[in-house]
Design a protein around this ligand. Structure first.
Ligand SMILES: [Fe+2]
Length: 225
């Protein structure tokens, strides 16, 4: 573990060069599958988002929206919308903040065929024994990677988080000191029940997260470093 034991640097265990070679293909996928991306994080639990006072996160606005009467003007105007359409609606209707778009690679592999193969190869490389889902989180220029934590289901989740570049700062919050511990690695694992987030940068960025079950040998390898 690095930096106060809050994350594990996986850079020596992941084929980042192979991942980097996919950059333009990934960007093409974002472009072509934009209509299939999940807009915003509408129903992330409000209790799991640590709100910056400069904005109201979309999930808080969604909770307020749900309390409107069924026959209210806002409910009537939005009644046929799917989840992503409702996100866009609520951003403008009630000022909800969230500049993320999420592309689930495992659901639309035809738009990211090379990345899908690269991810699946992690099983052949004995990193994962099982891969559950994989998704790109894209963020518009200036977007805030809002601080949040994942619900405590009583279990630590195995995943790999990859950033194409180090230039978008990402941190884990030391809950004892409130200090931001910045991840000094392009690929990492941490206990995602601990608050984490990032600092905004003035260019669009993306990250990839792959969730699954680590093989015993991979787990041993990364824990022994
Ligand atoms: Fe997260």
């Amino acid at each position: 573990m690095d930096n106060k034991n809050l994350y594990i640097n996986l850079d020596n265990h992941i084929d980042l060069t192979g991942f980097d070679n996919l950059h333009y293909k990934i960007c093409r996928g974002f472009s072509r599958a934009r209509h299939l991306a999940n807009i915003g994080n509408l129903d992330v639990g409000t209790e799991n988002v640590i709100n910056d006072t400069s904005y109201t996160h979309l999930c808080h606005v969604y909770q307020a929206y749900k309390k409107y009467p069924t026959e209210s003007e806002i409910k009537n105007a939005s009644k046929d919308l799917d989840k992503s359409e409702l996100s866009v609606f609520l951003k403008f209707a009630l000022g909800g903040y969230d500049l993320y778009q999420t592309y689930f690679v495992n659901e639309i592999p035809e738009y990211f065929p090379e990345t899908f193969s690269w991810i699946n190869n992690l099983k052949a490389l004995r990193v994962f024994s099982e891969i559950k889902e994989s998704y790109f989180m894209t963020l518009d220029s200036g977007g805030i990677p809002f601080e949040h934590y994942h619900p405590d289901g009583g279990k630590i989740v195995d995943f790999i988080h990859i950033r194409p570049r180090m230039s978008r700062p990402f941190y884990i919050r030391d809950i004892n000191t409130s200090e931001k511990i910045y991840i000094d690695a392009r690929s990492a694992w941490w206990d995602d029940r601990i608050p984490h987030g990032g600092d905004p940068v003035m260019f669009p960025t993306y990250t990839l997260r792959i969730d699954g079950v680590f093989t015993d040998e991979f787990r041993q390898k990364i824990l022994n470093e």
